[in-house]
Design a protein around this ligand. Structure first.
Ligand SMILES: *Cc1c(COP(=O)(O)O)cnc(C)c1O
Length: 359
């Protein structure tokens, strides 16, 4: 073990949620949390699992003033074989290190980080819910924690992992969402932090999200920050379009988050013989396809929803319906394949599932 983890178990375990249909997202937390500290003298040290509770934080801590924070989002699944498993966890760990590099936060040892995640999930395995579609959401995060106000690369940081049992994303069936294309605010620009999974990107995106919601849309479709023309992402998901039988998804140019669901969908689509174009895709080209009837399907991809079909697109007073506002056949197939692998229902030919323990 790279990081020696000291475990202090709670003496007051909480009752598990009785009604798994009311779990929602990120509202309930398990009995424990993982914490580890970093400073330039000692490196990472004092890895510990302790009872879940508030974090002490110095009022001058870097994160509170300059927003040095990164995170990951992944899930532990209770498979039909009775195991608890993770989906492509090394991808999350590598992305966490890439995000850390961008924000001058310290690197984690990859294998050591996997051990931390497995140790946490195994300890909390009774919190992995049982109902169809539910899972244990894992939120690893790291923040700069220098205890003074000077602006510079961090000398002290903290890495934390918390876990939350979450409900089925599609408790009422997979319904397509209405998306507003945002032309005023931008989420990220090349050279900025768009490819890093950092809290600041979310802070910058809240205003447009609120505006879209007030107007009756579920999420925002982001355009690139320079030309305000090329499609980047939808809400906090990557986005894909099926146009004339081909799949088009924005290229990872630096302002798009490299989603693991995106990557998995691209790999599956190629396996199935689809041509996948990762390139610049303008909103004009999208609407041209919508008008001439070649836009067949559109969907977002992300860990929380897996896939989220897009039924309506709104842009500067034009509204388009996609796929008759129904989930498209290919969107459904991607959903079935990915969740089938995650729940252990179908063969995992890519070896994406990583077993943590018996359930
Ligand atoms: C996390 C995230 C995604 C989806 O990534 P997954 O690895 O598929 O969960 C997409 N866009 C943004 C902005 C994100 O933060």
């Amino acid at each position: 073990m790279k990081y020696e983890i000291k475990i202090t178990k709670t003496t007051e375990p909480k009752a598990k949620p009785a009604d798994e249909s009311k779990l929602g997202f990120g509202k309930i937390f398990t009995d424990h949390m993982f914490i580890m500290d970093y400073n330039t003298e000692k490196g990472w040290h004092d890895a510990r699992i302790v009872p879940f509770g508030p974090l002490p934080i110095h009022p001058a801590s870097t994160v509170l003033h300059y927003g040095a924070e990164i995170f990951e989002g992944m899930k532990a699944y209770r498979t039909v074989n009775g195991d608890i498993s993770l989906f492509r966890p090394m991808e999350n760990i590598r992305r966490l290190n890439n995000s850390a590099e961008r924000l001058c936060l310290p690197q984690l040892d990859e294998e050591g980080c996997l051990d931390i995640l497995k140790t946490m999930v195994e300890l909390e395995k009774d919190w992995v819910p049982h109902s169809e579609g539910t899972s244990l959401y894992i939120r690893p995060y790291m923040y700069g924690n220098d205890e003074h106000l000077g602006v510079h690369a961090v000398h002290a940081a903290t890495f934390v992992v918390i876990c939350s049992p979450v409900g089925a994303y599609y408790a009422e069936g997979i319904n397509p969402v209405k998306i507003a294309i945002e032309s005023a605010d931008v989420r990220a620009v090349r050279g900025g932090t768009g490819y890093a999974k950092c809290g600041g990107n979310y802070a910058a995106s809240l205003r447009a999200g609120e505006k879209a919601e007030r107007a009756g849309y579920t999420q925002v479709l982001w355009l690139d920050g320079v030309n305000r023309k090329y499609i980047e992402e939808v809400g906090s998901m990557n986005v894909m379009f099926k146009v004339n039988g081909k799949i088009i998804t924005p290229a990872l140019t630096g302002s798009v988050l490299p989603g693991i669901t995106r990557k998995s969908c691209v790999e599956l689509l190629k396996d199935w013989g689809y041509e996948v174009e990762e390139r610049l895709f303008s909103v004009d080209e999208l609407f041209e396809a919508a008008k001439n009837g070649t836009l067949e399907e559109a969907w977002g991809t992300g860990t929380a929803a897996v896939v989220s079909p897009i039924g309506h697109l709104f842009y500067e007073n034009n509204e388009y319906t996609v796929s008759d506002n129904k989930i498209g056949a290919l969107t459904q197939k991607l959903y079935d394949e990915l969740t089938g692998i995650q729940w252990g229902k179908i063969a995992d030919t890519h070896n994406w599932s990583v077993k943590v323990c018996e359930g």
